[in-house]
Write a protein that binds this ligand. Structure first.
Ligand SMILES: *Cc1c(COP(=O)(O)O)cnc(C)c1O
Length: 433
């Protein structure tokens, strides 16, 4: 129990709030947050859990560690380039700069030359069309799921979305495309089987109630063996015969073919092959901010823009600015990590291994984020005891390594070379503690 005497020694709240370090913390966190911290320490002292003489020091320690944001940077040592749990694509320097500029008042819907209201996100659309001339028009919404929902609702609310059973996918965290599609009114018209779907299956499903034909790239798994699927050129003839759009949900976000990922679909190829509308995410292989992008036929994109849901799904100014800069800026981190040179990764891993006294081993990275499933990206990792993984994760900087077959593997692919020194320190500390 705390004696009355000891309680009397607990500093008053007013006194604590006037301590210079506590006043200084008010520059970056709210008074409400600071009062909460001060109250917590004082209450602990009243309960006897903290000595009265330590209260001021504890308050100072706590407020100086306060931050208005709890989000922490993480060094991605998993070798997975688009890591969903780590926020998918890390932004390029150009995108970060654009974000900061756009964070204040900005000309997102105003032509500064004429002083007249302009179309929201016009420069971002121009950047998309410049990067992908196969598209006549484009629309940016909140994410890939919103883009898909908007397209099927605009063309197939109360009607059928014709789709192969081999493409009814769950993407992650229980998110099923089928539930999403049906949630705003379209009906699914499933055709074919899990492993084989033929053109005739689609043809038989077409009717006066068909709203659109949807082809989904099964981004996070592959079906191997006795399989058959129908190509976009074949489907495009069928869709045109029934005067309905052919929509391709590609997921990954490549605008043009990428030699390093020969099996990954891209927007240019899909549009050239006959898709009317293509849907991709901005924060997967495109390497930009979270966004859903609809590209293709101008009238159909306009129909999507005019739908009331477009307003509910619209992108904010920060996304539009970052996406434009991603497209117009130099190489994105995603591209850089994806194409990282294997001998360079080996040299870095050897150097790091020597510094921390651990072996460098071959380790394949992955595209991740539901892209190029099963495609290995040859690289290198430093191999540590399994128990180190947790200490690395909670360290500063936080390092997320891969735990595999009893080892903690630190893969260098997705770590900027400028962070190698900090990584070596983090590992040495984790090994010592
Ligand atoms: C990732 C993905 C989506 C969902 O996109 P989000 O941007 O995560 O909403 C939809 N379809 C496919 C094929 C995908 O790979």
């Amino acid at each position: 129990m705390t004696s009355t005497d000891q309680r009397r020694d607990i500093p008053r709240i007013d006194h604590l709030l006037a301590v210079p370090e506590v006043v200084a913390a008010g520059e970056w966190v709210s008074q409400h947050t600071i009062r909460g911290v001060v109250n917590d320490v004082v209450m602990s002292a009243r309960r006897g859990a903290v000595e009265a003489g330590n209260v001021e020091a504890l308050v100072v320690d706590a407020v100086t560690r306060l931050s208005p944001s709890s989000s922490r940077p993480v060094l991605n040592a998993t070798g997975i380039v688009v890591h969903t749990n780590l926020g998918r694509a890390p932004l390029s320097a150009a995108a970060i700069e654009a974000l900061v500029t756009a964070s204040g008042y900005t000309d997102v819907e105003l032509d500064l030359g004429t002083g007249v209201r302009s179309k929201r996100g016009e420069p971002t659309i121009s950047a998309l069309l410049a990067a992908c001339p196969a598209a006549e028009s484009a629309l940016v919404v909140n994410n890939g799921a919103a883009a898909l929902s908007l397209v099927v609702t605009a063309f197939a609310a109360g009607r059928d979305v014709v789709i192969s059973r081999g493409e009814l996918i769950e993407i992650g965290a229980g998110f099923r495309l089928t539930d999403l599609i049906e949630s705003t009114g379209p009906r699914l018209k499933e055709v074919g089987t899990t492993n084989r779907t033929h053109l005739n299956d689609y043809a038989q499903a077409m009717s006066a109630s068909t709203g659109c034909v949807l082809k989904v790239h099964p981004s996070n798994y592959t079906v191997e063996g006795f399989t058959a699927s129908v190509t976009l050129p074949e489907l495009s003839v069928l869709a045109a015969d029934h005067d309905v759009p052919l929509v391709a949900d590609l997921g990954s976000g490549l605008l043009r073919p990428e030699a390093a990922l020969p099996h990954e679909p891209d927007v240019t190829t899909a549009l050239t092959a006959g898709a009317d509308l293509v849907i991709v995410s901005g924060d997967k292989l495109m390497g930009g901010p979270q966004a859903g992008i609809i590209l293709g036929n101008a009238d159909m994109v306009a129909a999507c823009s005019a739908h009331p849901l477009a307003r509910a799904f619209r992108s904010d100014k920060l996304t539009l600015a970052a996406l434009e800069a991603t497209l117009r800026g130099s190489t994105t981190p995603v591209e850089c990590y994806l194409l990282a040179d294997e001998p360079t990764l080996r040299d870095r891993a050897n150097r790091l291994g020597n510094e921390v006294g651990a072996p460098a081993v071959r380790h394949d990275g992955r595209v991740g984020g539901g892209g190029a499933p099963g495609v290995p990206l040859p690289g290198w990792a430093v191999q540590l005891p399994e128990g180190v993984a947790r200490r690395l994760r909670v360290g500063d900087p936080s390092v997320l390594a891969r735990v595999h077959e009893g080892h903690c593997l630190v893969d260098l692919r997705c770590i900027p070379e400028s962070a190698d020194a900090a990584l070596a320190v983090a590992i040495s500390r984790a090994l010592d503690s």
